[in-house]
Ligand binder design. Structure first.
Ligand SMILES: Cc1cc2nc3c(=O)[nH]c(=O)nc-3n(C[C@H](O)[C@H](O)[C@H](O)COP(=O)(O)O)c2cc1C
Length: 177
């Protein structure tokens, strides 16, 4: 069964997860903007950074996927929100499912990984987006802030990385099992 890993990454964290996963699963890996057609693959694994709830490059990629030929569609998100928190996972899935056409959405498998951020490397647009978000959440009373909002406030302007390639071991087991 042919498998391909497609990734959407701005700053490299989703890319490193995708490339490591491809090495472990011995399959092809390519960035979403290099995908021409996906018909030759029964399993498509999409690894993408989360940007304001959406997955980088995924909306463009799903348009190229045939729901008949693709037997297994797996989405692995990479974000700052802690995937051990059920509420975060619920929110991520709800937002991501909006980007996937219904027949594919109904059988999409999800996994969630943590990435990182380096404010110095952000594009102007992304820096502005984070600034707006920060200004907004900073006004919330502390008792109303959830763990991720607090973490965002505490790490604003800095460089943080939660990348843990060992988290892929479990995913590989489930994908190959
Ligand atoms: C403008 C912007 C929006 C983001 N939105 C989210 C988000 O909605 N949820 C989340 O968990 N992380 C969010 N992040 C954090 C990124 O998902 C995280 O930095 C990830 O590691 C980026 O992947 P990449 O390095 O492959 O581009 C955001 C980061 C930026 C700069």
């Amino acid at each position: 069964m042919e498998t391909v890993i497609v990734y959407g990454s701005c700053y490299g964290t989703a890319k490193i997860y995708a490339e490591t996963l491809a090495e472990q699963m011995k399959c092809k890996v390519l960035p979403y903007d290099k995908v021409k057609e996906t018909d030759g693959y029964e399993t498509i694994i999409y690894v993408g950074g989360l940007y304001a709830g959406g997955v980088r490059g995924m909306a463009k990629t799903v348009k190229k996927i045939s729901t008949v030929k693709c037997k297994r569609f797996v989405v692995i998100t990479v974000g700052l929100a802690d995937p051990d928190d059920e509420k975060n996972v619920k929110n991520i899935r709800k937002a991501v499912l909006r980007q996937i056409p219904k027949p594919l959405a109904d059988r999409t498998e999800f996994y969630h990984l943590r990435g990182g951020i380096d404010y110095e490397k952000l594009s102007f647009k992304h820096r502005m987006m984070m600034k707006m978000l920060y200004e907004q959440v900073k006004k919330q009373p502390v008792e109303e802030q959830d763990a991720d909002t607090r973490a965002m406030i505490e790490t604003y302007g800095q460089k943080v990385s939660f990348v843990d390639l060992a988290c892929l071991d479990n995913i590989v087991k489930k994908l190959e099992g």
